[in-house]
Design a protein around this ligand. Structure first.
Ligand code: SD4
Length: 329
């Protein structure tokens, strides 16, 4: 009861700062968004972050834990066949097989991850069980599938007719040149700060469309696709996973926040680092990366290399806010 009262009080206080959110994130200058400190708050990548946030928020309102809220949130796009980059209906690899990557992390640095998982609609739930019920952080491929089945998950065909047709079309040229903001992006990464200012994060994807069979991206790798330190903040990535792994992207964003960077400045610094490393290299023409970050006060930002990345915010005064991220080039 007390906890519930606290939640409402903080939410009301939070709404004062939240009115400045839109202006703050539309400016193109260095932002010190201290006036946006609000919690609880949820931020997620891309427009499918909106329904995902809504679901997670519902869980928070019901008094459920941050980890349950974040799992429930990202399960929405995982189950949606219209979203071609996450879970069921995701684009397959070049052999026509849908393989999924996901990870989850809590305020105690507990984390669980699955990679190269097939035939399971909700990899995030398997990742959570890896975290809670095994001595390990990461299970991959057949081992992850066997574990999921042993926990009662049902094996399903994840390749929808629509994704199969697109794959058949792609095979005619077999040219691996992912279309920016469409074929190598749209992972859902979600970060949540609860009413105790505890942080949680999750990330789930079908990875880059038409990838090589066996390829694993950044999304299930703690430190690359997702990282949090409950004393500092949380960060998560979307975009070309290889580029994010090369820089330990999300861990670096959190470390920069530890050094006093705002969430925006931290995301920007790592995007610029990625840009410098890859400029004029073989992936430059189709390189897109984006980060979202939130600090211990609930201040947040999103930033990407190229135009087109957006992210969704949910707090007591904004249930459906979708913001265009600032970008480098
Ligand atoms: C990956 N980061 O596997 C992911 C791609 C992505 O929607 O963002 N997919 O590289």
């Amino acid at each position: 009861m007390n906890k519930r009262r606290n939640f409402i009080k903080k939410s009301i206080l939070g709404s004062v700062g939240a009115t400045s959110l839109i202006n703050c994130n539309n400016s193109n200058s260095e932002i010190n968004n201290n006036d946006t400190a609000v919690y609880p708050r949820i931020i997620s990548t891309w427009n499918h972050g909106v329904p995902a946030n809504k679901e997670a928020w519902k869980y928070l309102i019901e008094g459920r834990t941050g980890i349950s809220a974040i799992e429930a949130g990202v399960k929405i796009p995982e189950a949606d066949p219209k979203i071609r980059s996450v879970g069921f209906g995701g684009y397959p690899d070049r052999e026509g097989i849908v393989t999924l990557d996901a990870c989850i992390m809590d305020k105690h640095n507990n984390c669980g991850s699955v990679s190269f998982l097939q035939n399971i609609k909700h990899p995030i739930s398997v990742a959570r069980l890896v975290m809670e019920e095994t001595p390990h952080v990461m299970l991959s491929g057949k081992g992850a599938l066997d574990f999921a089945v042993s926990k009662g998950f049902k094996k399903e065909n994840l390749l929808t007719e629509a994704s199969k047709l697109d794959w058949i079309n792609w095979k005619k040229q077999s040219n691996y040149q992912p279309v920016i903001n469409l074929e190598n992006h749209d992972t859902i990464s979600m970060l949540l700060i609860d009413d105790n200012t505890d942080l949680f994060g999750a990330c789930t994807t079908s990875g880059a469309a038409w990838k090589m069979h066996g390829r694993v991206g950044d999304s299930p790798i703690i430190g690359a696709g997702l990282f949090l330190d409950n004393d500092i903040g949380a960060a998560a990535a979307t975009g070309l996973g290889e580029a994010v792994i090369r820089t330990s992207g999300s861990a670096m964003v959190v470390e920069l926040m530890r050094q006093g960077y705002t969430p925006l400045a931290a995301c920007k610094e790592i995007v610029e680092r990625i840009s410098k490393i890859h400029k004029s290299g073989p992936v430059w023409d189709y390189l897109q990366v984006g980060f979202i970050a939130i600090n211990k006060k609930g201040e947040y930002a999103g930033y990407s290399l190229r135009k087109g990345f957006n992210y969704a915010i949910c707090d007591s005064s904004n249930q459906n806010l979708l913001l265009d991220a600032e970008y480098a080039i």
